[in-house]
Design a protein around this ligand. Structure first.
Ligand code: ATP
Length: 328
């Protein structure tokens, strides 16, 4: 099948800075794809390369099987939703949403109908006459989405679109974005530094570090089988166990990861000391000292919580130990 987006050994260098360096990437049509990584790891540069705001220093990009080399942004069938929404403050909401169609020369009646339909899609019918300044942050975010969707792009790029929203609204918008994407079948490519957001929304995730993709896979893959220490540390709250401790605990002398929820209290387990307990609502997270290393243990709600300072015994299934490729 033709990929929606394909990178072949794509690099983008700014002088000495290798913003991205030799990236291979395939995004399937209709996929919800997340680019996850710390600040400066190259996610936004990748998105801008897909949009056509940047050109590769080396390598090739294809969009739905056609070369994007030298193709300007407006001829790519790709739209971007920016983090700051980039709405025109002096235009009302309907004209903001219809703007792209006006530029393309679509007639007034047709473009206003399309803009109204798009506002309905993002659950803002009846807001067309307002100005951006008269909307909440969450509503402005929806307008930005409607403005991109009205062009019926084949690929929608979203650059931290929920970053400016408070937690509750962000969770609500995560669910809505996901449903909308399913309903429309458009390929969504989403940049975030929030691992929870990437894992909960995406069909597949690419983890970026230092201008490279260090792992790609389903959220379950990335979470349960991090390939490197960096991925284990960055994605989720995994315990990273050094080779010496792993060997002392009867395992291999290699770096390993172990999820806090895979550790439980057991009378015949390995001795540890409770140093910290945080009540999280649905669970309690313990910080424990195990032979000089700090590990986290997630206790399910309702389980008895040991006192700070208490000696406890911990156990896990050998299958929950995940050895990593390297110590990177
Ligand atoms: P953030 O989450 O902070 O947006 P990011 O992962 O999206 O980070 P990029 O914005 O892609 O990272 O930047 C990757 C690297 O390239 C950074 O070191 C950045 O400073 C550099 N960079 C990006 N754009 C330019 C530019 N126009 N000129 C010079 N350096 C740039």
């Amino acid at each position: 099948m033709t990929s929606a987006v394909r990178f072949q050994q794509v690099s983008r260098h700014f002088g000495q800075v290798r913003a991205i360096d030799g990236v291979d990437l395939e995004i399937a049509p209709g996929e919800f794809f997340a680019m996850l990584g710390p600040s400066g790891s190259g996610k936004t540069t990748c998105l801008r390369l897909i949009a056509g705001f940047e050109q590769p220093s080396a390598g090739h990009i294809q969009i739905f099987g056609e070369t994007a080399d030298g193709v300007p942004p407006y001829r790519r069938n790709v739209n971007t939703v920016f983090q700051d929404y980039a709405l025109f403050p002096h235009l009302n909401i309907l004209d903001n949403v219809a703007y792209g169609l006006m530029v393309k020369g679509v007639g007034k009646a047709e473009r206003l109908k399309a803009a109204n339909d798009a506002l309905e899609l993002v659950k803002l019918p009846g807001y067309g006459a307002r100005r951006p300044g008269q909307l909440s942050g969450g509503q402005r975010q929806r307008v930005a989405l409607a403005r991109a969707l009205v062009n019926k792009p084949k690929v929608l790029l979203l650059d931290e679109p929920l970053g400016a929203l408070d937690l509750k609204l962000r969770e609500q918008m995560q669910e809505e974005l996901k449903s909308l994407q399913r309903a429309l079948g458009i390929t969504f490519v989403f940049v975030t530094h929030d691992q929870g957001e990437a894992l909960s929304m995406a069909d597949r995730v690419a983890v970026f570090n230092d201008g490279n993709i260090v792992q790609q896979g389903t959220p379950q893959d990335i979470y349960r089988r991090p390939r490197t220490r960096f991925v284990a540390d960055f994605v989720g709250s995994s315990n990273v166990i050094a080779p010496d401790l792993m060997a002392a605990l009867g395992g291999q002398k290699r770096w390993a990861s172990l999820r806090p929820e895979a550790i439980h209290l057991a009378g015949d387990g390995i001795e540890a000391t409770v140093e910290h307990a945080s009540f999280l609502g649905a669970a309690t997270r313990l910080g424990v000292d195990l032979r000089g290393s700090r590990l986290h243990v997630m206790l399910p709600a309702g389980a008895p919580v040991p006192d700070v300072g208490a000696g406890i015994r911990l156990a896990w299934q050998p299958a929950d130990i995940h050895y990593m490729d390297d110590a990177a």
